[in-house]
Design a protein around this ligand. Sequence first.
Ligand code: SAJ
Length: 423
Amino acid sequence: MTKLCVLGLGYIGLPTAAIFATNGFEVLGADINPHLVDTVNRGRLPIEEPGLKTVVNAAVNSGNLRASTEPAEADVFLIAVPTPLTEDKKADLSYVISAAESIVPFLRRGNLVILESTSPPGTTRDRLTPILERSGLKAGAGLLVAHSPERVLPGRIIKELIQNDRVIGGVDRESAEAAKALYQKVCEGQIYTTDATTAEMVKVMENTYRDVNIALANELAKICESIGISAWEVIRLANRHPRVNLHWPGPGVGGHCLAVDPWFVVEKTPDIAQIIALSRRTNDGMPEHVAARVASLLPDVPEPKVAVLGVSYKGNIDDARESPALGILAGLRRRGIDFAIYDPHVRDFEHDLSGLTEAFSGADCVILVADHEEFKFLHPQQIGRRMRTRILLDTRHFLDHRLWREHGFEAHVLGERPCPSNF
Ligand code: SAJ
């Protein structure tokens, strides 16, 4: 039985470990967090993700998945640790480096080491390999080293881990082929091989493509607000063209991928990557734009209060880290605007969360930030009754504005100004 040691049991490491374990691999999941290790060994889940519970339970019950705070000898080592941003927008590779250092004593000839964590182009070759070679083995001559970035969408992780195509880069052809053969045991998608640095660039450019396009949509939203038409209508109609795919504006870009990865390209070539850096700044400016718009909508009342719907970085997930909601709330606070938050998914948040009725009571404005499906079922009549002033700002063009207007709301939408007529 092939032994796999997965380093990092987070959003990617845990599902990956569980999928390999349910496909007949003997998997050790190593994580520095003892609480997380204990949670996994009990077959419990540290995160909310459709389908994950079933796979983790099956993996733990089969005896093929075990978690520990220490790595151990294995045939394959798979590094899936975070690569966050430093204050000055550079990749913090400290988790990758310490994970790599932790496996050096266990490396044997013929082992395959795979970096799954999204990293700046060049990391596998220039940063990871030299650490692994402290074992006395040589990459490309007895030690196999590859980069195999995940491409899964939070909320669809299990499905996409199995079904998505993958791009795998090796420090040499043999490494790439060995990693391909491994993933073919559990993946149904096509697997394309290349060199490690190209694979790193492919991964960061996928998210950069999306970030730059969202920046374009956000810029369009502000232009439309300024000239008095709807960006949503412009996008809907422009996308009827067979070669146009405008993205959607919103309150900002959150999560650990789109808001982070483009900086990994900028870090390498700051003088060249100008559109990428400007797009990042455009998207980072959206929460402040939303806060300013809220302030401009509020009636002249003492101690205005806002009800915030949804604080995760996008709809239908529980993840609120690096959510645009944080910037919006900071902007409201700076303006002396009080707020209450309702989010049916998020449990862990920097600010207090309220119950549904409590959030609306006495509020002067509702802002929809995350487009959770449940919010479609909120009835404006019941909500309006609890509020002091009936104003809505929908930052995702998500709610039925006509219905809200019928119930006495002044309904505003990001990317539109003024309230459009019922054309
Ligand atoms: N967003 C917009 N407008 C849009 C699309 C998204 O404002 O038109 C916002 C979302 O609300 C959210 C942010 O962008 O705040 C990111 O959301 P997302 O759904 O685009 O992506 P992530 O960060 O959840 O996952 C991405 C995916 N990458 C691509 O689609 C190219 C996923 O496949 C990657 O595996 C993941 O990053 C990752 O881990 O890198």
